[in-house]
Design a protein around this ligand. Structure first.
Ligand SMILES: [Zn+2]
Length: 177
């Protein structure tokens, strides 16, 4: 007997193509000035939006700055994150807390300043995420995470996507709590 799936209200695909303005407006843990200045990729039209659970990127001028934006309910929400540069530390072959992949390229501790007053007081929350922010592509087999990187699971792709999105939303909620 199959148990009722509590994540089923999220439909696929998760994302629609977002503009630079929509991305900038999505950040929940940035000041207005930071939102204006932060790096946004130029190649938005070429991103595989239908296969993304979130758009993630790093600032090429400052690779310790990472960003992710998701929109599971059609309402974009984004996080500015700090993480060590890939070259600054040995990649850790740990499991990503979002997609549960253990990629050969490693996961990185990504730290988000909390939203609002808590953030101004220096509070932050962190989680391990695929260092290349490619969770969506690993889940869909569009990027090879390396040998032994995926657990054997009986879940469908859609169920794995729903779980990943639920993990993302839970992290977002910790930032805005
Ligand atoms: Zn991941």
């Amino acid at each position: 007997m199959r148990l009722p799936n509590t994540f089923r209200q999220i439909s696929v695909p998760v994302m629609k193509q977002l503009t630079e303005q929509e991305l900038r407006a999505a950040f929940v843990n940035c000041t207005k000035g930071e939102t204006k200045r932060l790096f946004v990729p130029r190649d938005l039209a070429d991103r595989p939006w239908d296969d993304l659970d979130y758009l993630g990127w790093r600032d090429p001028q400052a690779p310790e700055r990472a960003y992710l934006v998701t929109a599971p309910d059609g309402h974009p929400r984004g996080l500015a994150l700090r993480c060590p540069t890939p070259s600054a530390q040995q990649p850790r072959r740990n499991m990503c807390s979002m997609c549960l992949t253990t990629p050969a390229d490693g996961v990185a501790l990504m730290v988000a300043r909390k939203a609002g007053k808590a953030g101004q007081q220096g509070n932050s929350v962190g989680t391990y995420i695929c260092a290349d922010l490619a969770c969506s592509l690993y889940l869909r087999g569009r990027k090879d995470p390396g040998p032994g990187a995926r657990m054997q699971e009986s879940l469908t792709l859609e169920e794995k996507i729903d779980r990943t999105v639920a993990n993302l939303v839970a992290f977002l909620d910790r930032v805005t709590a």
